[in-house]
Design a protein around this ligand. Structure first.
Ligand SMILES: [Zn+2]
Length: 411
């Protein structure tokens, strides 16, 4: 059998002819061409007759028996009445991609399973290229209709690039999937989501979980007024944790001014962790705070009791306990807690709704955790688009398979 015939059966590209197979210094070089004589425009896909010029181009394909395979074709530039002068469309790759569809699909499959560094090393491509490939694959493979049938949504902001830039993410609590994401974190950003959703689907939204940031609250209450607002338990707890931190810093400063430096060193985690997670050393530090620093210990008690209240199950009890907590915090003579208490009083309905709707379960936290891991891994991403396509790759329920070509003799 001739090598060209074998390669046509191995590659299995639609509408593609194999002209020759030879070795070059890098591995195997396969000359290919589309079977249709009349080129298609890569912008709009229509057939165009006017050829501007052509230039030889290479595409990296999956290795054959461990040897790199390169496809080569003289790519034509065409003059399209709609798109102007653009390159022609080829059946084996995306316009402007240096890799075949199969290669990119394989990279995307691996990126779902392994770290970006592993993928880059396995496929012998640059770390950045992994991001570019995922972006292209996701624009081809992203699931349609992700916005259908939404009832309970969660809205969250993610910071990346060391907290300099933000992405707004919308998840579906029903399917536990990311359904929408966009660069930015203000009311206008979230407004785009409701634009994409359209009035009919927006009218079916029953609840929205979100943090206590004014921007999102404004967008949700104007665009889906029927929806119940539910504040994320994680964010409510964060209010108290941040307040403890603020009290601790103020106490450290006061001690420094008085010339006593050492006593509050390394107490941050002892104060922020749940009591059952404390190490022996941290428990000792906490006991010392209880003995030596009444203000800081009061802050610690306020924080832990708020976490306890949010863990309860009866709606009435939660409301009652929250009101007691607010008045305790307001009397605490701790400025950061007074501020937190006012915020909690303002949004108490949405906080009680955490318990009432039961939307505060571990599964949601699991999804949020997964998104955060991806974001942390993505510090090197150079654009929001790369990060968003990575989030969709791993959290939108997309099922990818490794590339497999059956033998042509398979019955
Ligand atoms: Zn066109």
């Amino acid at each position: 059998m001739r090598a060209t015939t074998i390669f046509r059966s191995v590659l299995q590209f639609p509408h593609t002819r194999v002209w020759s197979v030879e070795f070059d210094p890098f591995g195997l070089l396969v000359q290919v061409a589309p079977t249709t004589k009349v080129p298609r425009c890569s912008g709009c896909g229509c057939r165009v007759h006017a050829v501007h010029d052509s230039r030889a181009r290479n595409w990296r394909h999956l290795d054959a028996c461990g040897m790199p395979v390169t496809l080569r074709y003289s790519l034509r530039r065409v003059r399209c009445p709609r798109c102007g002068v653009v390159i022609e469309m080829v059946p084996w790759a995306e316009p402007k991609a240096g890799f075949t569809h199969d290669f990119e699909d394989h990279v995307a499959y691996l990126a779902q399973q392994a770290s970006q560094t592993t993928v880059a090393a396995t496929m012998r491509i640059a770390w950045r290229t992994v991001g570019d490939i995922i972006q292209r694959t996701m624009s081809r493979r992203r699931k349609p209709n992700l916005l259908h049938g939404l009832e309970h949504i969660g809205i969250d902001e993610l910071s990346y690039r060391r907290h300099h830039e933000y992405v707004t993410v919308v998840v579906d609590h029903g399917s536990q999937r990311v359904v929408w994401a966009h660069e930015g974190k203000n009311a206008a950003t979230l407004g785009r989501f409701f634009d994409d959703l359209g009035p009919e689907r927006a009218a079916r939204i029953k609840t929205a979980t979100l943090d206590m940031s004014g921007a999102y609250i404004e967008a949700v209450s104007t665009r889906v007024p029927q929806a119940t607002l539910v504040f994320d338990r994680f964010h409510v707890q964060r209010l108290a944790q941040d307040a403890v931190d603020e009290v601790r810093r103020a106490e450290v400063r006061a001690l420094e001014d008085a010339g006593e430096r050492e006593t509050l060193k390394k107490t941050r985690w002892a104060l922020l962790k749940n009591p059952w997670n404390l190490s022996a050393m941290e428990a000792r530090r906490l006991a010392m705070i209880q003995k030596d620093n009444r203000r800081l210990y009061r802050a610690y008690l306020l924080k832990s009791s708020l976490c306890d209240i949010l863990g309860r199950r009866q709606v009435n009890v939660v409301r009652e306990k929250l009101e007691q907590w607010i008045s305790w915090a307001l009397r605490s003579r701790l400025k950061p807690f007074k501020k937190a208490a006012k915020t909690i009083r303002k949004y108490i309905d949405g906080i009680v709704a955490i318990v009432a709707t039961g939307l505060n379960n571990g599964r949601t936290e699991g999804l949020n955790g997964k998104i955060r891991v991806i974001t942390r891994r993505a510090y090197g991403f150079h654009s929001a688009a790369s990060l968003i396509s990575f989030i969709f790759l791993c959290c939108s329920g997309l099922v990818l398979n490794p590339v497999f070509k059956p033998s042509p003799l398979l019955p």
